[in-house]
Design a protein around this ligand. Structure first.
Ligand code: FAD
Length: 559
């Protein structure tokens, strides 16, 4: 019997041993103690595509196959013989599966339910390494081949298309993309689902539900991102925001036994997720993309049992009495004993009349692979003099024809790391324009022209440039807190020693002790990362603060 996987579309993958490892007898015995053996018959479907991923299988005899139910013909992804196992990252979250698992040769399997599998990966470090690596690589392969359960029909001239692409990509969800302007056979699909070009972006979810220009929340609901998560019981810790700070807090909190729920208004990763390459985060000497770092952190948090609600905005903090509750946009209140606020910051929107008309259609706030593809071989503008703007300029200069960097000050020295300044100076494709500012955007549908003013001369110039990246001036995401915690003059959250006796008196601080490090003016509520007043706006410091705060959460839970 042939027991090696028939990796039909994945044959070129050089990491096949890690994608499809074969377990030793000792490893199988350890897994068996967490589940039960059962006989399986040829043709039996063990898991249907679209079903919640609640079971994990190890083949002990016979053979099972993994099939993607594509529209026309199904696609065989892999065949597993004795010693091989099923599963990808969906097993950690319990979300709906993307593939069918069925028996192709009768035999025996060990079946383990998700709860026991999670216990296994948390306690058996050898199996955890092997299983987690395979799960992550399998998801990467599904994404690379677009083996998902959604088809996105869009256009590169449409702002909503970019938003939906980013939402799916940053949530690590595989999808197929059809472009109205480029794919000849897209008309058949439009006719079949009775959709018109005016409806784009359109998401066809699991071949059944057609969503016209859906919100991120509608997409999350349709794909069942949050189905598994109980939103009513009282939690030890609710973390708001799944950027580096929130994800770090989730990993430490869940790994130390707390019942942790994370709320994220968009997708895991935060600002870091929109970075093309982070080069100064410890342990990654060749750099790592923000998307990759976020995906790893997200998987790690789930491995320890943290639950993450996607596309759910915290709208209000009910802080009048304990337990506190975090209110969502649908009015639901999630009660919790402690809270970590990690809602970060976002770029200031410049006061330009028609800015919102071009957001996603020529105006961007992050520079990743997706945006870089949109402006290949064209001229682009990056506005801002900080590290994120510098990083974007260097990244975009690899594919764009020219990058104009616009800064209001006299130079970059005061705001940017030396290594980035040197790269900008040495890159002939980047033109630095100091004391310059955009004063108008023009275009019909998509940005077509930009007008900027040089403060040296006062002259205004117009350029036919279709892409502008705004990366200047961060404002904190604290508007929703509505007076519950003390803020500084710029709206960032005050914590620990930064809270004056007047702040504490105004907040009616009720305890004999002073606030802990990172604790706000509300006992048991902490603020970490970029949203905190005086924070260092870096990935490493956000991660550090997220992990430190958890130590104090343990203390307040015992008060
Ligand atoms: C393009 C770019 C490149 C960068 N490059 C680097 C670099 O190379 N090195 C470095 O050290 N730093 C870099 N930074 C800075 C770094 O990314 C930030 O300091 C870091 O991401 C801050 O993490 P955070 O978790 O505090 O906040 P954020 O990353 O801002 O995350 C906050 C999260 O909270 C969510 N949120 C907000 N409000 C709500 C709400 N009401 N309810 C639910 N969720 C909410 C947001 O959607 C977001 O996901 C870069 C930043 C950018 C933008």
């Amino acid at each position: 019997m042939n027991t090696s996987p028939l990796r039909i579309p994945l044959a070129a993958n050089s990491r096949v041993e890690e994608l499809y490892p074969k377990l030793t007898a000792a490893q199988i015995a350890r897994i068996a103690s967490h589940g039960h053996s059962r006989q399986v018959q040829r043709g039996e479907v063990l898991v249907e595509a679209g079903e919640r991923t609640e079971r994990f299988f190890v083949v002990t005899s016979g053979q099972i196959e993994i099939v993607h139910p594509a529209c026309a013909t199904e696609q065989l992804i892999a065949v597993f013989g004795p010693g091989m196992f099923t599963g990808e990252v969906n097993l950690l979250s319990g979300r709906r599966g993307l593939v069918q698992i069925r028996v192709s040769e009768e035999g025996e399997v060990i079946e383990v339910d998700r709860e026991h599998l999670l216990a296994l990966v948390q306690t058996d470090s050898e199996l955890s390494d092997l299983l987690m690596r395979a799960f992550i690589l399998r998801r990467v392969e599904l994404i690379a081949h677009g083996f998902g359960d959604v088809v996105l029909v869009g256009s590169s001239h449409c702002a909503g298309t970019l938003r939906v692409k980013e939402f799916l990509t940053r949530n690590g969800h595989p999808y197929s993309y059809l472009d109205l302007d480029r794919d000849a056979d897209v008309q058949d699909l439009l006719d079949h689902f009775q959709i018109t070009a005016a409806d784009v972006p359109v998401l066809i979810c699991r071949g059944e539900v057609v969503l016209r220009n859906p919100t991120n929340q509608q997409i999350a609901d349709c794909l069942g991102f949050n189905e598994e998560i109980d939103q009513t019981h009282i939690r030890d810790l609710v973390i708001i925001g799944a950027g580096p700070a929130g994800l770090a807090a989730a990993v430490y909190g869940a790994s130390e036994g707390l019942d942790v729920l994370v709320l994220e208004s968009s997708a895991p990763g935060g600002q870091a997720g929109s970075s093309s390459k982070i080069e100064n985060y410890l342990g990654f000497p060749t750099g790592i993309s923000g998307q990759k770092l976020a995906a790893r952190a997200y998987t790690q948090a789930q491995k320890f049992g943290a639950q993450v609600l996607i596309a759910k905005d915290a709208k209000r903090l009910a802080c009048e009495r304990k337990p506190y509750a975090v209110q969502l946009d649908n009015g639901l209140r999630i009660p919790t004993r402690a809270i970590i606020i990690a809602t970060g910051a976002e770029y200031r929107r410049l006061p330009l009349d028609n800015l919102s008309q071009f957001e996603g259609a020529g105006v961007y706030y992050g520079a990743t692979f997706i945006e870089a593809q949109l402006c290949r071989d064209e001229e682009v503008i990056v506005v801002g003099g900080g590290n994120s703007a510098g990083q974007a300029a260097v990244f975009l200069a690899q594919t764009a024809k020219r990058v104009h960097m616009l800064v209001r000050s006299d130079g970059l020295a005061e705001t940017m790391s030396r290594y980035l300044i040197r790269r900008i100076e040495e890159n002939p494709a980047i033109v630095l324009r100091t004391r310059a500012e955009i004063v108008a955007l023009e275009g019909d549908g998509h940005l077509a022209r930009v007008r900027w003013q040089g403060h040296h001369t006062g002259d205004t110039e117009t350029y036919d440039i279709r892409h502008v990246f705004f990366m200047a001036g961060a404002i904190p995401n604290t508007h929703w807190l509505d007076g519950c915690v003390a803020l500084d003059a710029k709206g960032f959250i005050k914590t620990g020693l930064d809270l004056s006796p007047e702040d504490l008196a105004a907040a009616h601080w009720p305890l004999a002790r002073s606030p802990h490090l990172l604790e706000t003016s509300l006992p048991g509520v902490f603020a970490v990362g970029d949203v905190r007043g005086g924070s260092i706006k870096r990935v490493a410091s956000a991660v550090g603060e997220g992990s430190i705060a958890v130590a104090f959460v343990h203390q307040v839970l015992h008060e």
